[in-house]
Design a binder for this molecule. Structure first.
Ligand code: NAD
Ligand code: UDP
Length: 314
């Protein structure tokens, strides 16, 4: 049994991770500023003696005695991380420095939730960890992309300089229950639009691609990375290599929801990556990890979740 700090623990991925680690018998400190997270995501855990909820912002120092830190605090949806870009980069950089400082003081292991965005608009496909990426440093996505790249740099420098026990996971598009209705990312937008029989908004011509990983597969990967016995630190891609064009993805959601929605086309946001698919050979080799949920199965579970949420909010 360990005492585990999860920053961003009231968010979409963080809440699933908290639940899983709690069920494994650990003590959990869930730290969140509730920018995009919600108490609803963790309401069922409040009251459990091993679960502690702390309202705190990672850009301020935080002190506690912990064995492990999962550093997830950061808005992940483009509309949310672009809402206050200076805050986003502060969260990535100052937040990570604070968590690294805490890990150093406690001699704790720390896992950084990095992202496929560090590859930018990739010229290597599928993306392998050796690829350094193609990122615009001055665009509207840079607060997130460069913030997350800097966080990886900080992790590696603390590792080299202080011999910290670090782990870096490069997470590819992940979806599932507890995504917020107003999240703005493609999975939640398309499902909610389809369930309401409203037009599905495809940005650009829909030829850009993404690969979608179900949340329980992802949290399994994060835990395997944290606990691997070979001291494998990454960076390692975690994602599901099932790749879709966004247009095909819209058609799939219409099919799975039996929706009457039409597809409409809207302007492609600036610097929207053209293609994204993880090469997960390294995760398979080092962590014996591979996603087990087929995209259609994961989507049906997610559709069920949003259907309930919409009925409740009526
Ligand atoms: P999310 O927005 O649901 O969760 C982020 C959580 O962090 C929220 O609860 C939010 O309130 C909290 N937070 C934000 N800024 C904070 C701050 N300054 N201090 C304290 N808490 C703060 O997003 P998510 O999809 O659960 O993403 C979790 C992590 O995984 C993020 O770091 C994200 O960059 C990373 N990630 C996610 C995906 C994905 O597809 N979901 C892909 C790549 C990387
Ligand atoms: N997208 C879309 N319609 C939407 C939301 C997103 O066509 O309503 C596209 C977006 O332009 C991008 C892809 O879907 O090409 C994934 O977007 P998301 O915001 O989910 O995540 P990203 O991978 O871009 O960070």
């Amino acid at each position: 049994m360990k005492r585990i700090l999860i920053t961003g623990g009231a968010g979409f991925i963080g809440s699933h991770l908290a639940e899983k680690l709690l069920n494994d018998g650990n003590d959990i400190i869930c730290l969140d500023n509730f920018f995009t997270g919600s108490k609803d995501n963790i309401r069922h855990l409040i009251g459990n003696k091993k679960f502690e909820l702390v309202r705190h912002d990672v850009i301020k120092e935080y002190l506690a005695e912990v064995d492990e830190i999962y550093n997830l605090a950061c808005p992940a949806s483009p509309i949310h991380y672009q809402y206050n870009p200076i805050k986003t980069i502060k969260t990535c950089v100052i937040g990570t420095i604070n968590m690294l400082g805490l890990a150093k003081r406690c001699n704790a292991s720390i896992l950084q939730a990095s992202t496929s965005e560090i590859y930018g608009n990739p010229k290597v496909h599928p993306q392998v960890e050796e690829y350094w990426g193609n990122v615009n440093p001055i665009g509207i996505r840079s607060c997130y992309d460069e913030g997350k790249r800097c966080a990886e740099t900080l992790m590696m420098d603390y590792y080299r300089q202080h011999n910290l026990k670090i782990r870096i996971a490069r997470i590819f598009n992940t979806y599932g229950p507890r995504m917020a209705l107003n999240d703005g990312r493609v999975v939640s937008n398309f499902i909610v639009q389809a369930l309401k029989n409203e037009p599905i908004t495809v940005y650009g011509d829909g030829s850009q691609t993404r690969s979608f990983c179900y949340v329980s597969d992802l949290t399994d990967g994060l835990i395997k990375l944290m606990n691997n016995k070979n001291n494998f630190i990454g960076p390692v891609n975690l994602g599901n290599p099932e790749e879709y064009t966004i247009l095909d993805f819209a058609k799939l959601i219409i099919d799975l929801t039996n929706s009457k929605s039409d597809i409409i086309f809207k302007q492609l946001p600036q610097d929207d990556p053209i293609q994204r698919e993880p090469d997960i050979s390294l995760a398979k080799k080092e962590l014996n990890w591979t996603p087990s949920t087929a995209v259609k199965d994961g989507l049906l579970l997610t559709i069920g979740y949003f259907d309930n949420l919409l009925k409740k909010s009526k």
